[in-house]
Design a protein around this ligand. Sequence first.
Ligand SMILES: [Zn+2]
Ligand SMILES: [Zn+2]
Length: 254
Amino acid sequence: MALKSGAIESERDTGNLDILFLGTGNATSSEGRAHSSFFVNGQYLFDAGPTALQQLKKSRINPGDVRVILISHFHADHFFGLPFLLLDYWIANREDELHIVGPPGIEARTEELLELAFPGLPVRNKIYRRRYIEIDDGVNGEVEGLEFTAFEVQHVPSLRCFGYRTRIAGRTLAYSGDSVVCPGLLSLVTEAEVLVLDCSNDSDPVHLTSRDLITVMANAPEKATTIVSHLDDSSTAAGMSNVLVASDLGRFRF
Ligand SMILES: [Zn+2]
Ligand SMILES: [Zn+2]
């Protein structure tokens, strides 16, 4: 689909990757951090925890600029921000299509969550279309200038979880979602120029730890840049060589 914004078009031409971290915390908002979520090139939102809308507005970004939302898994810190975003779109009379990419069941889960959160709201949605793209392991696609391949990763036994390898403005960005070291994650990071990885302390059994980062980064290209987010403690990855530690509303340009 064609991009409409001239500003974004020119950004694509120059091949910039602009990553704004809306939140960098875990599910319990450790250290007061907002839930882990990042916004790329002014239109692609990776995960949507309950603080996503708040952080977009704090950044003076029009939430309506979000054209594609990629959901890694259905844990609340990655998914429960959708009702607030969709409420905002309803109030703002959004007209542009919104694409929501996510695990199997993404459409039913999102619409049920919206009905649970704000009863009656979905039936009033007459103005813009929500288009859902259901992923599975190995599924790839293209939407609004973003190419993606989904990789199933291991996080918790009760839920299917995915990471994404994306191509944006000619650049390759890989996002782990929540994961432990697993074959899917190790495949995901190959070819990536920029990695966004979750990172917890070394006793966390369901997330990457600082020790795991070494294993994961060894599978990525040597020149790849690694950024850690979804932090439980800012000291977790401090001092690690070749690792950038994200902070709320921190921005990286590559
Ligand atoms: Zn999480
Ligand atoms: Zn999770």
